[in-house]
Structures are given as structure tokens and as C-alpha cells.
Design a protein around this ligand. Structure first.
Ligand code: AMP
Length: 127
């Protein structure tokens, strides 16, 4: 069920629980600003989620409210994960879904990293 990205942050969302260590995740990277873990339902050979440690519903919320250190730390973490996973030379895709039209289901900002194989068309096209 897509979320409404204009709603306040919900501390009971599943990624908040992962950040608090209340439910397990397959962590691939962590620093002061971000946590990266394997997607539980991978859509590509490699499918990693990178989330900021701060309480942000979406990219929109983050870009409006996060301070410069948080933004720099998160963006750098996404790049570090992509490099650590060997995604740069073969190429990869990064994506952040926002709200209903984007198909966002978890109301904590997350960047998807897809790779490990050719990824096909960028987006579903009208017939
Ligand atoms: P989105 O549709 O952009 O909100 O993507 C949410 C993603 O979170 C989906 O790709 C799910 O497979 C993934 N996901 C949901 N719960 C978990 C979990 N507990 N651990 C890892 N990934 C999850």
C-alpha cells in the first residue's frame, strides 16, 4: 500500500525498527549517517537499500529538512556502497520512490541500488 509522503514521520515503520535493531537486516554498510542492507525481496541480482539514520519520510522531506552534513553523509554513503559492491564499472541503477505515484511503501527515505546484471528499460512505458 503506497504511503502519503506528506504525513509526519512514523517511528513504527519497518526501517525505523531496523535502525533501532528491533528487527534483523542483512547489513552491508553502516556509518554515522547511513545504514545499507539487502532488500528482502530483491528485484535484481544485487538489490541494496541505503537509508539515512535521521527521521525522514522521503527524498522530498530529506531535501527540505536535513542539514548539510546529513545530506553529504548520506549521499557519500550511497556512493561508498556502490563502489564497495563493485557496481560502478559494470553500471547500476539508483532509485528513490516517493508517494503513491512513485509506489513508495516504506515511509522512511531509502535509495534502492540495483545491479549485477543488465537492468532493462528505465521505467514502465505506456503501450
Ligand atoms: P519502496 O516501494 O520504494 O518503498 O520499497 C520498499 C522496499 O523495502 C521493497 O523493495 C521491499 O522489498 C523492502 N523491504 C521491506 N521490508 C524489508 C525488510 N524487513 N528488510 C529488507 N527490505 C525490506
Amino acid at each position: 500500500m503506497p504511503i502519503d509522503p506528506t504525513q509526519p514521520y512514523d517511528d513504527n515503520n519497518i526501517f525505523a525498527k531496523i535502525l533501532r535493531g528491533e528487527i534483523p537486516s542483512s547489513t552491508v554498510y553502516e556509518d554515522d549517517w547511513a545504514l545499507a542492507f539487502e532488500d528482502i525481496n530483491p528485484q535484481a541480482e544485487i538489490h541494496i537499500l541505503v537509508i539515512p539514520k535521521g527521521r525522514y519520510v522521503s527524498w522530498d522531506d530529506f531535501s527540505e529538512k536535513a542539514d548539510a552534513d546529513e545530506i553529504a553523509g548520506f549521499v557519500r554513503a550511497v556512493g561508498i556502497v556502490a563502489r564497495d559492491k563493485g557496481l560502478v564499472e559494470p553500471g547500476y541503477r539508483m532509485m528513490a520512490n516517493i508517494g503513491a505515484h512513485g509506489g513508495q511503501e516504506v515511509p522512511h527515505l531509502h535509495v534502492h541500488l540495483f545491479g549485477g546484471e543488465p537492468l532493462g528499460p528505465m521505467i514502465w512505458k505506456r503501450g
